[in-house]
Write a new protein. Sequence first.
Length: 255
Amino acid sequence: MFSISFELILVMALCLSAATLLQTLSGFGFGLLVVASFTLLDVLPLTATTFLVSLLGLVNSTTVVVKNRNAVKIPELKLMLYTGIPLMLLGFVLLEYMSAHLTQFLNFILGISILLCCALMLVKRKRTDRQSRPSSFLIAGGVSGLLGGLFSTSGPPLVFQCYKQAWSIEAIRSTLLAVFTIGGIVRVGIALFGTLPDLDIMFLIAAAIPLVLLVTHFSRRLTPYVDAKWIRIIAITLLGVSGVSLVVTSAPTLV
């Protein structure tokens, strides 16, 4: 049985609030920040953390997708899901196995994944006048699905892929949110067949939903007064430090 203390609740609330604030102001990073901080600070088991991230991401994205479903690029959405969903299943199986038998190796992979995602975010995206090849959507969807199954952090490959296209901003955001929503439903669904969090952790996860919604509402009011570029730099820096810390702390145990 997982032990819940006031300190655990406080750390969990602070990490979620900080990740939500940065996500709202910069447009990315919630899943990566939550998974990285929870793992480094040993807040929750990784299987419980990924379930939390999937559920909260699903709550946040569903309402927006329903309102903007007409702007979704359906052909590209299908391509990303064709490879994304099968590899998400593979990623989840790997998570279940490694969390039980190879915990430190799993943390090492998480650190490397975070650093690669940071590098991807730093690459300057050039929008093209022509549509990318279907194979590029298949590859982006597959990598995203694998990361989503392992760590519930499927965003960076898809964001990089979609923002290169000559689409409207509404189409890009709506398509991304559609992928995240469908992926979130699949991720939460397959988690029901894996290692589910204890009831006390499920209570904490339920309590986190209104907290995240409240911080999101508050953060949106700050948007006009904050330079998104600096928030992006802060978010990438925090992720980079987290990734390096996970690699450094877990690597010695692999030798």
